[in-house]
Design a protein around this ligand. Structure first.
Ligand code: MN
Length: 241
């Protein structure tokens, strides 16, 4: 039995399914997805339905998942009463600038029970997760905490905005005794040498695992039992250099 982490699937269901085959994922393994199943890629809603059908797949909240949750009620109402949806500036920023259109489109096409399944699932998704594997402590959080925080910071007191939206530096981890695992900032943004790879900080232990799949780079996966890395090439064109 092994424990795996991935992040920032962003609708990349083909790459996700292929990765499950690469790691030979079974019902005896556990998978933690560190946020951002929604938006940008081709199949965000089928990915959610797949994840919530697997009791051994666990989602941690990402800013894009939180965006969908925020609008679930309004979208369900829109299905019931077409034309009722108020397109706030925040909603438009989500669907136009941040790839939310495809998520909204697929969500509106679902039967009502599946809309509620996704909504009630997302309501229970945590902002962060501690794990202990082979005596080693891990903190899984979508965007992470930068070094303005310190080893005494109780993460429960840190705002959702910080945990979901910050872009932290490669070396940022305020906790010397905890290996932090984050997504959110694709690793190619830390420098060409990190493109398509999981990036590690050299100080307090941190792994950045969003390898930029939906931007045409790679899907990365880390096995926490032995820190083995797995990769799968993206089927998407490169949209950011
Ligand atoms: Mn994100």
């Amino acid at each position: 039995m092994s424990t795996y982490v991935m992040s920032d699937l962003h609708g990349c269901k083909e790459e996700f399914d292929a990765m499950l085959r690469i790691i030979e994922f079974s019902e005896y393994d556990e998978l933690y997805i560190i946020g951002d199943v929604a938006d940008r890629g081709r199949k965000p809603i089928p990915l959610y339905l797949d994840i919530l059908a697997h009791p051994n797949m666990h989602l941690i909240m990402g800013n894009h998942d939180a965006w969908l949750l925020k609008y679930c009620d309004a979208l369900i109402e829109e299905k019931r009463n077409p034309g009722s949806l108020y397109r706030s500036q925040d909603f438009l920023i989500w669907i136009i600038r941040n790839g939310g259109f495809i998520t909204v489109d697929q969500y509106l096409d679902l039967p009502f029970p599946s809309c509620y399944d996704i909504k009630t699932y997302l309501e229970e998704v945590p902002l962060y997760q501690y794990l202990t594997i082979k005596g080693k402590k891990y903190l899984l959080v979508h965007a992470g905490l930068n070094n303005q925080y310190n080893r005494n910071t109780n993460i429960a007191t840190v705002s959702e905005d910080v945990l979901l939206w910050s872009h932290i530096d490669l070396e940022d981890n305020p906790y010397p005794d905890v290996t932090m695992i984050v997504g959110h900032t694709p690793t190619f943004l830390y420098g060409d040498e990190f493109a398509n790879k999981i990036a590690k900080g050299l100080g307090n232990p941190i792994y950045h695992i969003d390898c930029g799949c939906v931007f045409g780079y790679s899907l990365g996966c880390l096995r926490l039992d032995d820190m083995q890395e797995f990769y799968n090439k993206s089927t998407y064109p490169k949209t950011i250099e």
